[in-house]
Write a protein that binds this ligand. Structure first.
Ligand code: ADP
Length: 450
């Protein structure tokens, strides 16, 4: 349970920290336009300079936290990540509260209805932080509001009246009004934290039990794959022995055999070869599924793909096909080299098998965005019927036209490919036009090279 809880909390905090930073950009833009609108459209008197300075401060510290968060992400998975991320979240919300108090002070103090915007911070704090920390932030907000009220009313801080919004005397000469606002605002903040934390705690509990069940299923799946792996391994060694024996007989080493028997043995040998290929694929797939961790290396995709295309040149030439590459840049990825070779080999082998003589195969890479590389293997082959396209990554699935064109096939190559890509946190999909060709795409996360 400890590990699951950690995973849920880490993922949640990471997502919400990013979300918090992204909504702050909108908040800064919103504040800017509200200041302008209030001043020039509603003609309410505002101290523009300190308010714009506050907006600038908001932009600056959000930029700082954006970069801090990017550095923090590199540490995800390490023990130090969670306490550091929690500290950052606490600090960010406290600074937000101070800034909101600053805005409120320069725009009317407790007479400004925007004091109720503290509620948003309470909701965010309850979602992002522990219950205790959320109540701490609520107390800080109450303290700040009380500070504004007391310091402005006692004249320690200057009161910046919202001229044109409410009559001048309303709050300063009326302590009952101030106390009333403070009591209502404070209780609203505490009640908000109480309600939000109650809901969030319930949701977290639900999410945790789902994750626990998922983790258990994954464990069972790995046990099953481990079993299939062992069985296929045993079958494969027996089959290889059978095939070797048949080959020895066919070679004539054991003496002459009648033509009829030779034909039957040759057929048996061919069948055992297909069976070996099938069991090998099964073994491969279950090995990948049974593995929870892989050895990873940082490699250049360009070099690996060039090597794999070279290895397939002869096969393509035999079918009078051209095979070309469009890779003009090194993309560094952190992968298990054997698995990635297997994946690309499967896709190129399929492209060659399902493309008639004279066709074209193209391997390409491009930067999908800052964090991903997109690899494509395109062919001008038989294509895949539109209706069958969603099924081709399922175990043992073979499209109807493929079964007619190519009798021998296990329907496991793309399952292996999908498994490999997903274990590298990438995506794989295909686009195809029947009779015109197919393109298989997959993405891999770029390696952090700094
Ligand atoms: P196999 O090729 O052994 O049948 P795969 O899992 O590699 O198994 O592929 C599954 C199915 O996807 C194939 O049977 C075929 O219908 C379709 N397919 C895969 N690659 C291509 C391709 N390049 N062109 C057309 N169809 C393809």
């Amino acid at each position: 349970m400890g590990r699951i809880k950690k995973i849920v909390l880490e993922r949640e905090l990471d997502e919400r920290l990013r979300w918090l930073i992204s909504i702050r950009w909108f908040a800064a833009t919103g504040v800017f336009f509200v200041i302008l609108g209030t001043r020039y459209l509603l003609k309410i008197h505002l101290e523009l300079l300190p308010l714009f300075a506050g907006t600038l401060a908001l932009l600056i510290y959000n930029t700082v936290f954006y970069y801090i968060n990017r550095r923090l992400i590199l540490r995800r998975g390490q023990d130090s990540w969670f306490p550091m991320a929690t500290r950052s979240a606490n600090l960010q919300i406290s600074i937000d509260l101070f800034l909101l108090a600053y805005f409120i002070h320069f725009a009317g103090g407790l007479e400004n209805p925007f004091i109720f915007y503290f509620i948003f911070h309470m909701v965010i704090a309850s979602m992002l932080l522990s219950n205790t920390a959320a109540y701490f932030q609520a107390s800080l907000a109450v303290l700040l509001l009380t500070g504004i009220g007391v310091l402005e009313c006692t004249g320690v801080l200057m009161h910046h009246h919202l001229e044109g919004f409410i009559p001048h005397t309303s709050c300063l000469v009326n302590p009952t009004y101030n106390i009333g606002v403070l009591i209502i605002a404070s209780s609203t903040l505490y009640i908000t934290v109480f309600l939000t934390t109650t809901i969030v705690n319930r949701l977290r509990k639900g999410e945790r039990s789902i994750l626990l069940a998922t983790e258990r299923l994954a464990q069972q799946d790995r046990t099953k794959s481990e079993y299939v792996k062992k069985v296929s391994h045993d079958i494969q060694s027996s089959l290889s022995t059978i095939q070797t024996c048949l080959q020895v007989v066919l070679d004539g080493t054991t003496g002459n055999i009648p033509d009829k028997s030779r034909e039957m043995i040759a057929r048996a040998e061919k069948r055992s070869e297909l069976l070996i290929k099938f069991v090998k694929d099964l073994l491969n797939l279950s090995s990948i599924r049974a593995r929870s961790k892989m050895d990873m290396q940082v490699i250049s995709l360009k070099n690996t793909l060039e090597r794999l295309v070279d290895q397939n040149l002869i096969l393509a030439r035999e079918k009078n096909q051209s095979i070309s590459m469009h890779i003009n840049q090194h993309h560094w990825v952190r992968v298990n080299t054997f698995a990635i070779e297997e994946l690309v080999m499967n896709l190129i082998a399929n492209a060659i098998r399902y493309t008639p003589p004279g066709g074209r195969i193209t391997v390409q890479t491009e930067s999908n965005n800052d964090s991903e590389v997109l690899v494509s293997v395109a062919d001008t082959g038989i294509g895949i019927p539109e209706k069958e396209l969603p099924n081709i990554f399922q175990d043992f699935y073979r499209a109807k036209n493929a079964r007619t064109t190519e009798k021998s096939g296990t329907g496991l190559g793309l399952s292996i490919a999908k498994q490999i890509v997903e274990s590298h946190h990438g995506r794989i999909w295909a686009e195809s036009r029947l009779g015109q060709g197919s393109t298989f795409y997959f993405t891999l996360p770029k390696a952090q090279t700094n």
